[in-house]
Design a protein around this ligand. Structure first.
Ligand code: MYA
Length: 141
């Protein structure tokens, strides 16, 4: 299975979130609507879904630079609950880029711009050998 089955962005994954990213300056942005099947506590989006939104946005920053990375670290601050039916703006931008590591800042905001969650991520750039070693097959950027 390739990119199209990515849980966060794959168009062919029937269980996925179907995130779609666009460039925004040197970063990325995506709009996402919280649905009933995304909850943990009643009416409140599961924190794991929020993590996925932030992780994916962080991964798309290097991806759109033509780099294959994995998340080595992801630190999240959950600021406000997200409720079913909310329309969210998910963004990410690089704060430091080196040949092996990118630091990426990301956030989730409500329609009124309220900050729901923020994160910082360390994205490790993978060589072709490392991709093979980690069992990542069929990757082409
Ligand atoms: C059509 C469009 C489709 C688009 C699709 C887009 C898809 C996007 C999908 C994205 C999905 C979403 C994204 C996801 O969810 S990716 C999935 C979640 N992440 C993972 O599965 C990663 C699992 N971890 C690993 O594979 C390894 O631990 C990695 C690769 C991270 C390091 O490997 P390893 O441990 O073997 O290291 P090394 O021997 O290669 O050494 C490397 C160097 O790096 C240093 N180091 C290591 N760790 C850290 C750290 N935390 N902070 C700072 N530095 C660190 C290390 O000391 C060394 O430095 P030096 O001693 O050389 O100086």
């Amino acid at each position: 299975m390739g990119f199209d089955y990515c849980f966060a962005c794959g168009k062919d994954n029937p269980h996925g979130l179907h995130m779609h990213f666009e460039r925004d300056g040197d970063g990325v942005v995506c709009h996402f609507r919280t649905e009933a099947h995304h909850i943990g506590w009643p009416n409140v989006q599961h924190g794991g879904i929020t993590c996925t939104l932030l992780d994916e946005a962080s991964a798309y920053v290097p991806f759109l630079m033509g780099l294959v990375t994995v998340t080595a670290e992801l630190n999240i601050s959950f600021k406000k609950p997200i409720h079913v039916g909310e329309q969210l703006r998910v963004w990410a931008k690089p704060t430091k880029v080196s040949s092996r590591l990118l630091l990426v800042e990301a956030g989730v905001e409500g329609e009124d711009g309220e900050v729901k969650a923020t994160s910082t991520a360390k994205m490790m750039v993978l060589s072709a050998d490392k991709q093979k070693q980690l069992g990542m097959e069929g990757l082409e950027t």
